[in-house]
Design a protein around this ligand. Structure first.
Ligand code: PLP
Length: 418
């Protein structure tokens, strides 16, 4: 940073980029030339190689190989291979993670399966303001299984766990909050729940690929996560599911389908779960999507997640400093923790005209997103976001505000996806 003044300059940020030890990762992605993409937390960028892999899968393996490709092109074990690649960046063993379905569906499987392992207990602890799909599935499963769902404020989670005591069946939390980016203490909460005999399901939608998650070091029980956010698996990429090996024998997930069977191709009428992580499968994998995610994971090859994390913390700190420096008095408030250690890979601001401001920025090629009611969300995917991008984004926000550009009627029309 400039030693002679406290003000951060654009030149400072260019200097930060030249000192960035993972600047080269940006070359692993196909990015639109004139955009600043700050929405990798919603849909990750396209990794190089995915297009070629899909072209080969469609033209050669499907077009020519047809049904033979399940064996000849090794399609069948793609969910396991993609799972193993993800396992390596979330601190799990290769055979404890598998790719399938969506988070919503996998959460359902885990919740019912975990509650079946704690039949004598009735309380599920979760948070108020959790991602809607987590709330909906938690609510439905609690009702189905005759349990009580206790949703509390984030700072009350620990005391709610203690209050549940011996009746605690399960804790279900999203590790990094999707709006604020606030991070839960995964080791601490896991231990606290387990000391009472409870189980924990972590949703890693905003953690996997952004932070160095250590599932096994935390003795985690179960987790789900997203393929299309920081893992860059493509729109609607399948999700992943983690089950600690010690639970393989007791897990009894409810969505029994033929791919979760111990011998799928024996076509027996009686269900027998696969003894491995494969038991979490239900039906046939969305093969093209799974191959895309598998290939996308190559972008994480040789990446030290600790170094990646240092960068996204620094990007977030820079953004916050520049918002203070450049956007004072314009009505923005910080809606994320200021302390980088407790903040994920995003920074959210609130503003009463948030929706229109985000639309005006997108028109300028600065792509963030809006979350109701008033949140402007900026994601900093460290593999491809540069420090200078942060400078330029804040400069754009300033211009959009100073010129009143955000106030144009076309920026106020709500579209289907925000
Ligand atoms: C994005 C996201 C999901 C997505 O769920 P899908 O069923 O895979 O679409 C779930 N939980 C959280 C916390 C998310 O951020």
């Amino acid at each position: 940073m400039n030693a002679h003044s406290a003000k951060i300059t654009r030149a400072d940020t260019i200097e930060m980029d030249s000192a960035d030890p993972i600047a080269h990762l940006r070359d692993r992605f196909e990015l639109p030339a004139n955009d600043i993409y700050l929405d990798g937390n919603s849909l990750g960028a396209l990794p190089l190689g995915v297009m070629e892999r899909l072209e080969k899968a469609v033209k050669k393996e499907w077009g020519q190989g047809l049904i033979r490709s399940w064996n000849d092109a090794d399609w069948y074990p793609a969910p396991q291979r993609a799972g193993a690649a993800i396992a390596r960046i979330i601190g799990a063993d290769d055979d404890e993670v598998i790719v399938c379905d969506s988070i919503s569906v996998n959460l359902f499987k885990l919740l019912v399966g975990a509650l079946r392992m704690r039949k004598d207990r009735k309380i599920i602890v979760s948070e108020i303001g959790n991602f809607p799909t987590d709330v909906y599935i938690n609510t439905e499963v609690a009702e189905m299984m005759g349990c009580e769902l206790r949703c509390v404020m984030p700072e009350e989670v620990e005391s709610a766990i203690d209050a549940a005591g011996e009746d605690l069946a399960l804790v279900q939390l999203t590790h990094v909050h999707y709006k604020s980016g606030r991070i839960y203490d995964m080791p601490g909460i896991t231990k606290r729940a387990q000391d009472l005999g409870g189980l924990v399901i972590w949703d890693l939608a905003h953690s996997a690929g952004a932070l160095p998650v250590q599932l096994n070091e935390c003795n985690a029980d179960f987790a789900v996560g997203c393929g299309y956010k920081y893992l860059n698996g493509g729109p609607g990429a399948p999700a992943f599911v983690f089950v600690a090996r010690r639970h393989f024998d007791d897990m009894n997930q409810p969505l029994r389908g033929w791919h979760g069977h111990a011998e799928p191709f024996s076509f027996t009428q009686e269900y027998k779960p696969h003894p491995t992580i494969d038991q979490m499968l239900t039906g046939t994998a969305s093969q093209l999507a799974t191959l895309a995610l598998e290939t996308a994971m190559e972008a994480f090859k040789d990446v030290d997640m600790t170094v990646l994390r240092q960068k996204n913390m620094a990007l977030g700190d820079l953004f916050i400093a520049l918002v203070e420096q450049e956007l004072g008095g314009m009505g923005f408030e910080l809606a994320s923790p200021k302390d980088a250690e407790t903040r994920g890979s995003q920074v959210s601001l609130t503003h009463e005209n948030g929706y229109a401001i985000v639309q005006a920025l997108i028109e300028r090629g600065v792509v963030g997103d809006f979350r109701a009611p008033d949140i402007l969300r900026f994601g900093f995917a460290a593999p491809y976001v540069r420090y200078v991008d942060i400078w330029d984004s804040v400069a754009h926000i300033r211009e959009v505000m100073e010129t009143g550009e955000w106030d144009r009627p076309e920026f106020k029309e709500r579209r289907a996806v925000t």
